[in-house]
Structures are given as C-alpha cells and as structure tokens.
Write a protein that binds this ligand. Structure first.
Ligand code: BG6
Length: 510
C-alpha cells in the first residue's frame, strides 16, 4: 500500500450495525487512521434501520475496534478525535425522503472536515437492497457531487448467473462499471497478492509454472468455525456459493493467469478472465458426481469440546441438505495448464483455520542412482495465506552423515512470524484501493458471470441429487471421499498448516 494519506472522503456504511461492519470495516478504518492513511479529512456515516444515537454508535465502533482491530486503542484524546468523524443516521432504505436527509448530513460533514465531495458508498447489505439503494442515491442527488462517487458491494453477488445478471443490470442503470467495486476480500490478502509477485518476479519459478513441471495444485480454505449467527444466509448459499464461486475461483485465476502486459487493473483482470473462461465446466450431473464431493458437518468435537451438527444450528433447516464442505477437481483447459488438476477444498468445522496453496512438482526422471533407490518425495512450493503468511519450499537433500540417505528438507519464509510485523488486513488494503480508484483487486462483472457459469451446473446437479451429501464429524477433515478424488490420479492431499520449527513436521490430518 502506498503510504500517502488518502484523498478526503465520506464513507457511507450501509449495514452499519451488521457483523461485517463490526468485525472488519471499523477496525480497518481505525488502522488506516493510526497508520496515517486517513488524515483528518474524512467522515464515516453509519446507516441502518435501527434507531441509535451518535453516542451509542460511537460506543459500538469503540467496542468493535477493541475486539478486532490490529492496532490497540490509544489514549482518550486520540479516540475522541477519531470518533468525532463518525455519525449515525437511522435509515429506512425504501424511503427516499431519508436519502434527502442523508444528503444534508453529508454536506454538513463535508464542511466540517473539509472534504471535497468524494463519496464511497459501501453496501454491507443483502443484495436484494442494492438496486433500491442505488436508485435512491441517484434520485436524492447524493451522486451529484464535485468529487468522485463509488459503490463498494459485498458478496454474495447474486444466487446464480440469472440473478447476478439482473442485479448487475439494475446497478448499472445508476453506476458505470468503473464506479463499481465488487469485494472479494481474498484478493486483499497479502499472500494472495504476493502470488503474482512471486510468480512474475522470480526467474526460478516462472519457467516451471506449467504442465511440463507441475503435477497438480491443491488449494485449501479450511475453517474451524461453524455458521455462527449466519445460519439464515448460509443455509441458502452453502460452501459452493459462499467460498467456491468467489474466493476459490479467484485464487485459481491468480495462480493460473498469464503475465499481464502492463500492471494495469484492466490488463490484470483481462488475464484473470481468460483463465476463468478456460476452466472446464462440468457437462452432466454424473460428471459432477465424479469430480465434486460435498459434505455437511455432523456433531463432533473440536479442541475437546462437543460441537453441534449443522442441522442443529440456529436458523438452519433441521432437514437441510446444504453443503458446508466441498472438494473438487478442476481443469484449466489452456496451453499452459492442460492436464494439470487443480484440487480445491473448503469447509466449515474442520480441524484448522488455514488457507494454503500447494504446488506439487512432477518427479525427476526415474534415475537408477537416486529416485529408484530412495523413493524421492516430490518438490512442493507452498503459499501460506492464513494464518501464517509465507512461502515454503520442500525439496530433497542428503542427510548429513556417512549413510547415504535422502530426506525432504524445507526452506521457509514466514512473513508474519516476527513479532512487530503486523501486516494490514485485507479490508484495509481494499478500502484504500477503492478510495484510490484502483480496481485491480476487485472483481469485474465478466469475472463474476464466468464464475457463476462454472458454479451453476454443480448446484443444479446437487439439486438433482445424483451424488450424496456426506456427513462428516465436526472437527474432522471432511468426507474421506475427498481423498479419493486425488488417489484416483495417484496423488494425496498434502497436510496443511504445517509447522515450521526445525525440520519439516506436517500436522497430519486426523
Ligand atoms: C467469507 C465467507 O467470504 O469468508 C465466510 O462468507 C467465511 O463464510 C469467510 O467464514 C472466511 O474468510 P477468512 O478471511 O476468515 O478466511
């Protein structure tokens, strides 16, 4: 992130009392303030249906920062100065008159903080409300401003291709594509952004980055949490729409894309689109049954505690058939990746919170001297995205000593292991980018549409029910069938969340 302060901006947080604002947005704004990215020329207007005073709102913001921010709260004077930029206004989204009042409040805030008319409308709301908000913003004159106006929207962007297209068309009657910033917060993660840098700035990776040398790629997004308070949303969406349509496909695109000709947002997004277009779509429910495994967590134990089954979670249908886990084998059918399987998996209530990409290289030629005798392990390049941020390379070397033994060893670059290195959160980066008008790490409409084109046939096949939804105990690594996806090809899932001290010790999946 550039270190200059951002342009003066009013942040409108629609859904100001919601979980996302509390966990991510207020802490991110606070970090930006502490880091000097936000100087005194900004305002935050919190909007939600609920009645609340400014004092109550600021109190909520205070608590959210205390709990979730990367920066500790400083002294009272510092807090008061920050909190003074926050105002709350109860708003009924269906009622245009509220937007006129919002306009007056905005003008007051502009004046108070010397803001030149830049407006960032952040919709942390159900997508059904996007169109109404956009229209009311326009009709109330809130978009007639001397500065720029931008819309930031959270996922889910639709439920399938049709609904996403409808949503997009509605928003596009008010905003141009360049003004729309569709968040996929995985693109804001340090190590996801680092994928490009590592690939394109190192002579020793790029030449190997293709089907001649890579045997398979494994992407794991595992979570220990269940659905928490989001049962209502999640039961309709499930793992495929919640994590697959967006984060997983975006990660495939970042790993597989060609080097863009310029480091320009549209060139980078064009390259990602080419990858998404090359992903092979499943052509029948039978193929889905062969290539995708879906599961749902049953009762189990996590860290010695008993945890309930998905079907017992609040706001979840007790007969629910929603998948909380899926694993799939995906092909990118282009010149570079032809024949290389991308195995992906994600799930809730797994034993570890981890995001990792493992690149497994092909074996060296069968060589009498080494490979035959020593049963060599393949080379691995691991991108650790979360919770550890770093890069890990596993290769073979001779065991020291007289016995000629070959053993896998590791080189481990851990970016966030050193105390004091406190990397910005994804939302900090993305808020900064949106204010700067840099859309590189936001998803363009054609990316969203292509992602739905891949996901829709899977969702349809699941509805048809050719495969089965497999129950896995909470706290386990999911259905055993996910291992078969790889075993059929002679591969295995590499354990994730490996430990780094000393030699290579992988935490074996239970
Ligand atoms: C969100 C999903 O997009 O990503 C959540 O809706 C999930 O269900 C979350 O928990 C995971 O994000 P992270 O950054 O914690 O890996």
């Amino acid at each position: 992130m550039e270190s200059l302060p951002l342009e003066s901006t009013v942040f409108f947080i629609f859904g100001a009392t919601g979980d996302l604002a509390r966990r991510k947005l207020y802490p991110a704004l606070y970090s930006l303030y502490c880091d000097g990215k936000l100087d005194e020329r900004f305002a935050v207007i919190g909007l939600a249906r609920r009645e609340k005073t400014n004092a109550q709102f600021r109190d909520d913001v205070y608590r959210s920062i205390k709990e979730f921010a990367r920066h500790q709260l400083k002294d009272e004077e510092h807090w008061n100065r920050f909190a003074d930029h926050f105002e709350y206004m109860p708003l009924d989204i269906d009622d245009l008159s509220g937007f006129y009042k919002l306009r007056e409040l905005t003008e007051r805030m502009n004046e108070k903080f010397n803001i030149l008319g830049n407006r960032l409308f952040y919709l942390a709301l159900a997508p059904e409300l996007f169109a109404t908000v956009s229209n009311h913003l326009k009709n109330s004159g809130l978009l007639d401003s001397e500065g720029w106006t931008r819309l930031v929207i959270e996922k889910p962007f639709g439920y399938d291709l049709d609904s996403a297209r409808k949503l997009n068309d509605q928003i596009r009657t008010v905003f141009q594509e360049e003004q729309i910033f569709r968040i996929d917060h995985y693109l804001g993660k340090e190590m996801v952004q680092n994928l490009e840098v590592v690939r394109f700035s190192n002579a020793f990776f790029e030449p190997l980055w293709n089907n001649k040398y890579i045997a398979n790629i494994q992407i794991t997004l595992s979570e220990t949490v269940g659905v928490e308070e989001r049962g209502g949303y999640y039961d309709k969406s499930g793992a495929l729409r919640d994590m697959g349509q967006n984060h997983i496909l975006q990660m495939i695109a970042m790993i597989a894309m060609e080097p863009p000709s310029r480091m320009h947002p549209e060139d980078i997004r064009d390259e990602k689109v080419k990858v998404l277009r090359s992903i092979r779509k499943f052509s029948s429910p039978d193929e889905v049954a062969r290539m995708v495994v879906r599961g749902q967590y049953a009762e189990g134990t996590f860290k010695g505690e008993k945890v309930r089954a998905y079907r017992q979670e609040d706001k979840v249908d007790p007969q629910s058939e929603t998948a909380t886990y899926f694993a799939a084998k995906v092909y990118v059918d282009n010149f570079r990746w032809s024949g290389v399987p991308f195995y992906v998996r994600t799930g809730k209530r797994l034993p570890a919170k981890t995001t990792e990409v493992v690149v497994e290289f092909k074996n060296v030629p069968d060589n009498v001297y080494l490979a035959k005798k020593h049963n060599l392990e393949p080379n691995l390049l691991v991108f650790r995205v979360n919770p550890v941020e770093g890069i890990y390379i596993k290769f073979n070397a001779k065991n020291p000593g007289a016995d000629f033994k070959i053993t896998p060893v590791a080189m481990d670059f851990c970016q966030n292991c050193n105390i004091g290195i406190n990397t910005p959160e994804a939302y900090e980066r993305l808020l900064c980018d949106a204010v700067r008008g840099d859309s590189t790490y936001f998803t363009r409409w054609d990316e969203v549409a292509l992602a739905w084109e891949f996901v829709d046939p899977i969702a349809a096949a699941w509805t048809e029910g050719k495969d089965r939804l497999i129950r896995y105990p909470a706290g386990s690594w999911g259905p055993a069938e996910a291992a078969e996806l790889l075993a059929r090809d002679g591969f295995k899932w590499w354990p994730v969340n490996g430990q780094r001290e000393g030699e290579l010790i992988w935490v074996a999946p239970s």
